[in-house]
Design a binder for this molecule. Structure first.
Ligand SMILES: Nc1nc2c(ncn2[C@@H]2O[C@H](COP(=O)(O)OP(=O)(O)OP(=O)(O)O)[C@@H](O)[C@H]2O)c(=O)[nH]1
Ligand SMILES: [Mg+2]
Length: 330
C-alpha cells in the first residue's frame, strides 16, 4: 500500500473514510498498523483529521477464558444490533502468538453471521508487537471505525492479565464472560479482572447447563457484594446468557445501555474517556522512547553480557545503566 503523503491526500482519505467506504477504512487501518517510521507521521495526521468524527460509538470490551464463548456471543449480539440498524465493528486484542492466520479464519467461522453482514466490520488483532503497541493500534482502529460510522465497537480479548487491562482502558463497558461452574468454588474468579468488570455474564446458560449457570450467578452476586465497584453510579449486574441460543442477549445489551445512560448523566463517561486518551498518549510515548533500546544493534549485542555481569555481581546495576545510556547517546 502506498500511503498518502500530502495533507490533501490525508484530508481526502479522512473524508472518504467518513462516507463508510470499507476498502478505504481497511487501508487506513493498515496504515496505522504500519511499523514504518515514515508511515507514522502520516498516520498521526490522519488520526487528527478524523478526530472530530470519532467518539460516537458504544465501546464494549469482552473478555473471558479461552473457549468461554466470546466470539459466539459477539456474533449473536452483533447480529441483533445490525438488525436494529446499528453498524458494528469487531476488533481483537491478543498479544500472544496464539492468534495466527489460522485462528483469524477460525474467528471468522465463529462469527459466520457477522462476517457476512454488510453492516459489520471484523478486524483481527495486529499480528505482533508489544502489548502497548498492539493495544494502541486497536485504539486507533476503533477511532477509524467510529469515523466510518460504526456506532457499536466490540473488542474481544482473551483472559490474560495485561490485555484485559488494556481493553478495559479503551472501552466504556467491560463485560466478563464466565462459564457455569460445578462446585461452590468460583472458577476463574480472578480478583483483578472482576474489579474491572462492569457486568459478569455466566455464559452457555443453555441445555443441561442452565441450573449450574443460575447457581454460579448467585455465587458471583454474593462475591461481588464484598468488592467495591468501579463507579459510584453503577453496581455491576450478574446475569446468565447464551450466545448460542441468544437467550439473555437482549437483556445483556439493555444493561450496557443503562450503564451508558447513567454514566453520561453523571459526566463520568466523558471524564473516563478523557483520562483514557491521556493514558494512551503516555503509553504510545513510552513505546516510542523504548524504541532505540530495542532497535540499537550494538546495544542488543551487548545486553546479554551486561545482564550476565549484573546478575553475577561483577557490574553494579547503576554502572550498567550508565553504559547503556552512553551507547544510546543519552
Ligand atoms: N452450549 C454453548 N456452547 C457455546 C456457547 N457459546 C460458544 N459455545 C461453544 O464454545 C466453543 C468456543 O466458542 P468461541 O465463541 O469460539 O469462544 P471464545 O471465547 O471466542 O474462544 P477463544 O477466542 O478461542 O478464546 C465453541 O465450540 C462454541 O460452539 C453457548 O452459549 N452455549
Ligand atoms: Mg474468540
Amino acid at each position: 500500500m502506498v500511503p498518502p503523503s500530502s495533507d490533501f491526500d490525508i484530508n481526502r482519505l479522512a473524508r472518504d473514510i467518513r462516507t463508510g467506504n470499507r476498502t478505504l477504512l481497511s487501508r487506513a487501518i493498515t496504515l496505522v498498523e504500519s511499523k514504518r517510521a515514515d508511515h507514522r507521521q502520516t498516520a498521526a495526521a490522519l488520526m487528527q483529521a478524523v478526530l472530530p468524527a470519532t467518539g460516537n460509538a458504544v465501546r464494549v470490551g469482552i473478555t473471558g477464558s479461552p473457549g468461554v464463548g466470546k466470539s459466539t456471543m459477539i456474533d449473536g449480539l452483533g447480529t441483533m444490533l445490525t438488525r436494529q440498524g446499528h453498524k458494528v465493528a469487531v476488533l481483537a486484542v491478543d498479544p500472544s502468538s496464539r492468534r495466527t492466520g489460522g485462528s483469524i479464519l477460525a474467528d471468522k467461522t465463529r462469527m459466520a453471521r457477522l462476517a457476512g453482514d454488510a453492516d459489520a466490520f471484523i478486524r483481527p488483532s495486529p499480528a505482533s508487537g508489544t502489548l502497548g503497541g498492539v493495544a494502541a493500534k486497536t485504539r486507533e482502529t476503533m477511532l477509524l471505525c467510529e469515523a466510518a460510522g460504526y456506532d457499536v465497537v466490540l473488542v474481544e480479548t482473551v483472559g490474560v492479565g495485561q490485555s484485559e487491562i488494556a481493553v478495559a482502558d479503551m472501552t466504556d463497558f467491560f463485560l466478563v464472560l464466565v462459564l457455569p461452574s460445578g462446585g461452590d468454588e468460583l472458577q476463574g474468579l480472578k480478583k483483578g479482572v472482576v474489579e474491572l468488570a462492569d457486568m459478569i455474564a455466566i455464559n452457555k446458560a443453555d441445555g443441561d447447563n442452565l441450573g449450574r449457570a443460575k447457581s454460579t450467578a448467585a455465587e458471583y452476586s454474593a462475591a461481588l457484594h464484598i468488592l467495591s465497584s468501579r463507579s459510584p453510579n453503577w453496581t455491576p449486574p450478574v446475569i446468565t446468557c447464551s450466545g448460542l441460543t441468544g437467550d439473555g442477549v437482549d437483556a445483556l445489551w439493555a444493561h450496557i445501555l443503562d450503564h451508558r445512560k447513567l454514566l453520561t448523566a453523571s459526566g463520568e463517561l466523558a471524564a473516563r474517556r478523557g483520562e483514557q486518551q491521556v493514558r494512551w498518549m503516555w503509553t504510545m510515548l513510552e513505546e516510542r522512547l523504548f524504541e532505540p533500546l530495542r532497535s540499537d544493534r550494538a546495544l542488543k549485542a551487548a545486553l546479554p553480557r551486561l545482564e550476565a555481569d549484573v546478575a553475577a555481581g561483577r557490574l553494579a546495576a547503576a554502572a550498567a545503566v550508565e553504559k547503556i545510556a552512553d551507547m544510546l547517546g543519552l
